[in-house]
Write a protein that binds this ligand. Structure first.
Ligand SMILES: Cc1cc2nc3c(=O)[nH]c(=O)nc-3n(C[C@H](O)[C@H](O)[C@H](O)COP(=O)(O)O)c2cc1C
Length: 202
């Protein structure tokens, strides 16, 4: 089949993209509002961008009414955030935080997720996350307008908290110990437990 994206409604385009661009890592992003109220939400349009300077990105899209999500409103007010990574053991809690809550209501409090203070930024991090990147906003890039249009968030990585028990013998994170989940299409997820290695050509 050949899909003509110019003929697809945004919702259909979204479904085809999320069913094919697989697997997607999950940024579980903590932010604070201008008056200090915490927010936590997952985003699977997420990637590292470059190491010079250390930068990552994730993409909160506008909701179906074309309104910016709480995460975007908070970063506009306080340009700092934490990207927490999600192991299998935290997947259910991560999913709960995708719920639509009134602006200002904290997913940390509502779902009993333990938070711990960050070192460089105001938003707290998820205490149980195996890795948490403390970031300062680098820039927003807005792509499109209206429902499902993107507010791409680029963040400078200032520091990372890495739990000691996810380190392997070489002192680097071991993917099996991290046990992170990836997002597939619809409601499906995958695990990073099945791996293989390839030697790169010179
Ligand atoms: C695994 C997962 C991945 C998600 N990825 C995205 C994403 O990449 N972009 C997005 O806008 N929403 C994504 N969502 C939906 C948001 O998490 C949801 O809209 C949330 O309510 C936004 O929270 P906020 O309004 O507190 O920022 C995802 C949800 C889940 C469960």
């Amino acid at each position: 089949m050949l899909l003509d994206f110019s003929a697809l409604a945004p919702r259909e385009a979204y479904q085809w993209m999320t069913a094919t661009i697989l697997p997607r890592p999950i940024a579980w992003v903590s932010t604070v509002s201008g008056d200090g109220r915490t927010n936590l939400a997952p985003f699977s349009f997420f990637q590292g961008i470059c190491a010079n300077p250390p930068t990552l990105m994730f993409v909160p899209v506008n909701n179906r009414q074309g309104v910016k999500k709480d995460t975007v409103r908070n970063i506009e007010a306080v340009p700092e955030f934490v990207v927490n990574l999600v192991p299998r053991a935290l997947a259910e809690q991560m999913n709960a935080t995708a719920a639509l809550l009134p602006y200002g209501e904290s997913e940390f409090e509502k779902f009993g997720i333990a938070a711990t203070p960050s070192t460089h930024v105001r938003p707290p991090r998820v205490a149980a996350a195996p890795v948490a990147f403390e970031c300062r906003l680098d820039r927003f890039v807005h792509v499109g307008e209206g429902p499902l249009a993107a507010n791409v968030v680029f963040g400078r990585i200032l520091a990372a908290h890495v739990r000691d028990d996810v380190l392997g013998a070489n002192g680097k994170p071991d993917s099996a110990r991290l046990d992170l989940v990836g997002r597939l299409g619809g409601e499906a997820y995958t695990l990073t437990r099945e791996t293989f290695s390839l030697v790169r050509p010179d």
